[in-house]
Write a protein that binds this ligand. Sequence first.
Ligand code: IMP
Length: 425
Amino acid sequence: MPTTVLVGAQWGDEGKGKITDHLSKAADVVVRYQGGNNAGHTIIVGNERFALTLIPSGVLYPQVTPVIGNGCVIDPAVLVDEMAELDRRGIDPSRLQVSGNAHLIMPYHRKLDAVMERFLGQQQIGTTKRGIGPAYMDKFSRHGIRVQDLFDPKIFHQKLEVALKDKNKILAKVYNSLPMEIEPIAEKYLGYGDQLHDHVTDTSLLLWEAQQQGKNIIFEGAQGTLLDIDHGTYPFVTSSNPTAGGATIGSGIGPKTIDRVVGVAKAYITRVGTGPFPTELNDETGARMVELGGEFGTVTGRRRRCGWLDIVALRYAVRVNGLTELAMTKLDILSHFENLKIAVAYDSLGERFTEFPRQQRVLYNCHPVYEELPGWDVDISEIRSYDDLPKEARRYIEYVENMIGVPVSMIGVGPARDATLIRNP
Ligand code: IMP
């Protein structure tokens, strides 16, 4: 049974939830390994729409053990709410397993996220303001508070006191904001501890044992390659490692146990927040993509920036993740365009780039070099077999596949659970 890592191959919002959902049918364990409730995974089951931010999408299958690994940052208020919501809708959340080593998002992290962004003004990152960055800052400065601390009130108080002393000074003196009080936070969080207690376990050991037993494990990346703190378009990135390597660090498994790395990319490309975006369309075509693709964020509702598919970025994603295959989502949205462009290189500062530029200055000045392919003026959302796609749509897929050097194994043609074409190229 394979261990599969599924990653976003663009700037997040690639439709990973739907592909994880598809793979989860045959999975035993589905793991989140980084990020927190900055992610939004939407899955449509029948007439019901599930929008999860923290709990792995695999929870919707009764045989799956959903796991939140050590690499995640957890806002416990969001987690208990999400569990209650699933319960209310008839999905049993009791199987959820959470790493005691995952870090907690505290109220001062959310506050700092907001004031830090405000302070940046024009340079702001456009974060989701969920406290993600400040929580990871505390993790790496070793002032973080972890899930396991919730179960020792004395230690929790001590850690909170140290953290708050520091944060209140920063809030007041740097950001001119009101300080926060310790007791209401402590009371609330220890209450969450009581609610989460039975879910917290050594998830690294759980995964090791699952691998020994030959179980089918899926690692569900959040955000995407170009938002990776190391490999993304820094500083306009998130604060964790969505790339495939993050799965080992963020869960405590060894890299040699990974058999398959599936990248997920839209048939075009989108981005929320600020930062460079070479194929961005600030015109009517971009506006049509927003409208046809329903390109508004699951978490913040923000309008996504849209552009043509970027092969330079996609080849980069193949490389830094070691992708073994690609799932392409939302191909149906392209049905409404007469001609389709695909960026195959960038021109920047007098040079042509076919590899993703490492220098921010180069990236900011990129002008995409496009190839043009014919579109198909047919609704493909009811098609369920690759061979039934119009030849122009197949040509689009095969063109991408040739350019990136890995097979396109799954193709999304609509939001429904069964609207994913499986292909064995
Ligand atoms: P943060 O993760 O909230 O710190 O936001 C940092 C950057 O990542 C911002 O540009 C966000 O818009 C972006 N981002 C974070 N999570 C997601 C996601 O799930 N999809 C797309 N963009 C995201």
